[in-house]
Structures are given as structure tokens and as C-alpha cells.
Write a protein that binds this ligand. Structure first.
Ligand code: ZN
Length: 138
């Protein structure tokens, strides 16, 4: 398992696909699963289009429209909207690893989603599977 860090803006979807692929490269796994996990309560992970940056912008816009700050929220920190957005998207994504590459679709990328920044955040990448040069047992 590898722990990676990033510095976030107030709210953003940071494309971490290259960093996750580098962790897969480092693991030496050729065929298996890659689990990316976010250990925060106001940040999340999601997979979506990274070809047009307006898609990520529109997702943030839609989440903001759907889950605005609300006077009825009781949480003392005042960031319940960020907690709700994080729960809606989820804390982990799992991607198949095929021939040493993340098995993402052509237009897909992995995003670290910040809803209560700026902060220094972290996430973990765990890669499980068969190594590149694995030989069958004698
Ligand atoms: Zn809070």
C-alpha cells in the first residue's frame, strides 16, 4: 500500500490518474485490482471524464446546487454540505489492472474530490494481483 499526498484548493476535482498509475507501476502487478481510498470525511473519490475539464466543473456545480449549505444543518463545524457531498460520491474506487495498466475506459480518469479545502490531503493506493514476472509454482 502506498500513501500519496496532495494540496487542494477550496473545492476541486483533482485528476490523480497519473499518480495512481505510477503506484501500479511501482507495485509490479500485471493483472489484478487497484483500490484507491480516501480517509477523509469532507473529500471523496470518483471516476468520470477527464478529457473535457468542464465535466468536472459541471459535477461540482451540480453537487453545489443539490447540496447547498442549509440553516437546518446542526453539525458544529458548519461544513455539513461538504460531508454530504463526500458521502454521496464515496471514499473509495476500485479499478481492474490489466497488463500493468489501470483498466479505465477511454474517457475515464480518477479524481480526488475536495469539498472543504484548501487542505493537505492524503489517499492510499493498494494494488493486489499477479506480479509481472510471476512464474507458476514448480
Ligand atoms: Zn465537519
Amino acid at each position: 500500500m502506498k500513501t500519496l499526498h496532495l494540496q487542494t484548493r477550496a473545492e476541486e476535482m483533482a485528476d490523480i490518474t497519473a499518480q495512481v498509475q505510477a503506484a501500479v507501476d511501482e507495485s509490479g502487478v500485471a493483472e489484478g485490482l487497484c483500490c484507491v481510498y480516501c480517509p477523509h470525511t469532507t473529500a471523496a473519490l470518483t471516476i468520470n471524464e477527464n478529457a473535457d475539464p468542464d465535466v468536472a466543473r459541471d459535477i461540482l456545480y451540480a453537487l453545489g446546487q443539490s447540496f447547498p449549505p442549509h440553516a437546518a444543518f446542526r453539525h458544529f463545524e458548519g461544513n455539513s454540505a461538504a460531508h454530504v457531498k463526500a458521502s454521496v460520491l464515496g471514499a473509495a474506487v476500485t479499478v481492474p489492472v490489466q497488463a500493468g495498466r489501470l483498466g479505465l475506459g477511454r474517457w475515464q480518469g480518477i479524481f480526488f474530490c475536495e469539498f472543504d479545502g484548501p487542505r493537505t490531503r492524503q489517499y492510499t493506493v493498494t494494488v493486489l494481483g499477479t506480479a509481472q514476472n510471476a512464474q507458476p509454482a514448480p
